[in-house]
Design a protein around this ligand. Structure first.
Ligand SMILES: Cc1cc2nc3c(=O)[nH]c(=O)nc-3n(C[C@H](O)[C@H](O)[C@H](O)COP(=O)(O)O)c2cc1C
Ligand SMILES: CCCCC(=O)C(=O)O
Length: 350
C-alpha cells in the first residue's frame, strides 16, 4: 500500500490548489510530531503465530455500529478543497468499504447531505464553537441525521501554530459558502465577522462530555487523549470511549506519537471502554500494530484526503479499501483470523 499511497499522494499534490495542499500537509510549529508519526509505528516488531487457519480472515468490528473494517475516516475539515463533492464523496467511499466515517464539524457540505450517502450509522466530530448554541444545533442535527456517536475533540481549544506558506495568497482557500454551509442560518446578521461565532472555544472542560451526551442522547468519545490519567478522567466524566491522537501533529508540536502513547492509555483503561487511535497510519502493518497494542479501531486522516483529491470517491475508496485489504493480508501472515484474536503479545518493542 505504501507505493500506491505514494502515487496517490503525488497525484493529489498536483491536483489541488497549492494553498490547500499546504493546509492539509502542515504540522504545527517545527513539524516534529507530524514527521515522526509514521516512523513511530515501525518501532514495534511483530511476534506472529504459526499454523493457525487463516483461510478466512475477518476484519469486521462492532463499535457504536457494525463495520466491515476497523480502519475508518478520521474527521478532517473542508473536503470541498479537495473534490467538488466534498464530504458527500468521502461518505460514499466509506459506505462502499463499510468503514466508520467521522464527519468534521468543519464540513463543507450539509450534514444531512453527507448522512444521506450512508446506509447505517456514522459519527459526528464536535468542536465547541464560541457561540455554544451553534454547536448544540449541529449536534442535534447530526443526531437526527443518523449519527451513532459524538467525537469530542479535546486537543483543539484553539488551532495550533502552523507556519504560513510565504507563497500562499490565503491560509485556507475556502469560499464563505463552503466554510459556513452548516451554520449560515445561525449567524448574526449585524455584519460582524462570521468566524467569530464559530471559532474554537478555549474554555472547554470535562463537563462538556456529559453536556454533549445529553444533547445528542448518544455516546461521546474524546479525541486527542495522550495520557492514561486523562483517559480515566474522561471516562469518569461520562465518556464511553477515548481516541489516542496528536491531531496529525497539527496542534501541540512535540506531543507524543500515538504509537508511543497508545500502550499507556490501553493499560490505564483496562478494557473498561474502547480505545481508538489515529496518526501516521499508512499501511496494513501500521493498523495491525495499533490494533494489537489494544486499539479497537484506527483512523486515517491525510491519506483519505489524498485519495479524494487524486480521484474523488474512487480515490478515497481505493485508500480505505487498500488499507483494509493489506490489514487482512498481514493479519493472516501473523496467524490471526479475526480482530478478537488480536492480542498484545503479537507486538514487542524493536
Ligand atoms: C487537513 C486536516 C484537517 C483536520 N481537521 C480536523 C477536524 O476538523 N477535526 C478533528 O477532530 N481533527 C481534524 N484533523 C485531525 C485528524 O482527525 C487526525 O487526527 C489526523 O489527521 C490523523 O493523522 P494522519 O493525517 O497522519 O492520518 C485534521 C487533520 C488534517 C490533516
Ligand atoms: C480551522 C479549523 C480546524 C480544523 C483542524 O482541525 C485542522 O486544521 O487541524
Amino acid at each position: 500500500m505504501r507505493d500506491r499511497l505514494a502515487e496517490i499522494h503525488d497525484r493529489a499534490a498536483q491536483a489541488v490548489d497549492p494553498d490547500a495542499w499546504h493546509y492539509l500537509s502542515r504540522g504545527a510549529a517545527d513539524g516534529l510530531s507530524v514527521s515522526e508519526a509514521e516512523a513511530a509505528w515501525a518501532h514495534w516488531r511483530l511476534r506472529p503465530r504459526v499454523l493457525r487457519d487463516v483461510s478466512r480472515v475477518d476484519t469486521s468490528v462492532e463499535l457504536f455500529g457494525s463495520w466491515a473494517t476497523p480502519i475508518g475516516v478520521a474527521p478532517t475539515a473542508f473536503h470541498g478543497l479537495l473534490t467538488a463533492e466534498g464530504e458527500v464523496a468521502t461518505a460514499a467511499a466509506a459506505q462502499r468499504v463499510g468503514a466508520p466515517m467521522v464527519l468534521s464539524s468543519r464540513s463543507t457540505r450539509l450534514i444531512e447531505d453527507v448522512a444521506a450517502q450512508i446506509d447505517g450509522p456514522w459519527w459526528f466530530q464536535v468542536y465547541l464553537m464560541r457561540d455554544r448554541s451553534i454547536t448544540d444545533r449541529l449536534i442535534e442535527r447530526a443526531a437526527a441525521a443518523g449519527a451513532s456517536a459524538m467525537v469530542l475533540t479535546g486537543d483543539t481549544p484553539y488551532v495550533g501554530y502552523r507556519a504560513p506558506n510565504p507563497a500562499a495568497a490565503r491560509p485556507i482557500p475556502l469560499t464563505a459558502e463552503q466554510s459556513l454551509v452548516n451554520v449560515a442560518d445561525y449567524l448574526p446578521d449585524d455584519g460582524s465577522d462570521p468566524w467569530e461565532s464559530i471559532d474554537q472555544r478555549p474554555d472547554q472542560t470535562l463537563a462538556d462530555i456529559d453536556r454533549i451526551a445529553r444533547i445528542a442522547d448518544l455516546p461521546v468519545i474524546v479525541k486527542g487523549v495522550l495520557r492514561g490519567d486523562d483517559a480515566l478522567a474522561c471516562l469518569d466524566a461520562g465518556a464511553e470511549g477515548v481516541w489516542v491522537s496528536n491531531h496529525g501533529g497539527r496542534q501541540l508540536d512535540r506531543a507524543l506519537p500515538t504509537a508511543v502513547a497508545l500502550p499507556e492509555v490501553v493499560r490505564a483503561v483496562g478494557g473498561a471502554a474502547p480505545v481508538l487511535a489515529d496518526g501516521g497510519i499508512r499501511s496494513g502493518l501500521d493498523a495491525l500494530t495499533a490494533l494489537a497494542l489494544g486499539a479497537q479501531a484506527v483512523f486515517a486522516g491525510r491519506p483519505v484526503m489524498w485519495g479524494l483529491a487524486a480521484d474523488g470517491v474512487d480515490g478515497a475508496t481505493e485508500v480505505l479499501g487498500g488499507l483494509t485489504d493489506e490489514l487482512r493480508h498481514v493479519m493472516g501472515l501473523a496467524g490471526v483470523n479475526s480482530l478478537a484474536a488480536l492480542e498484545r503479545s503479537l507486538v514487542a518493542p524493536a
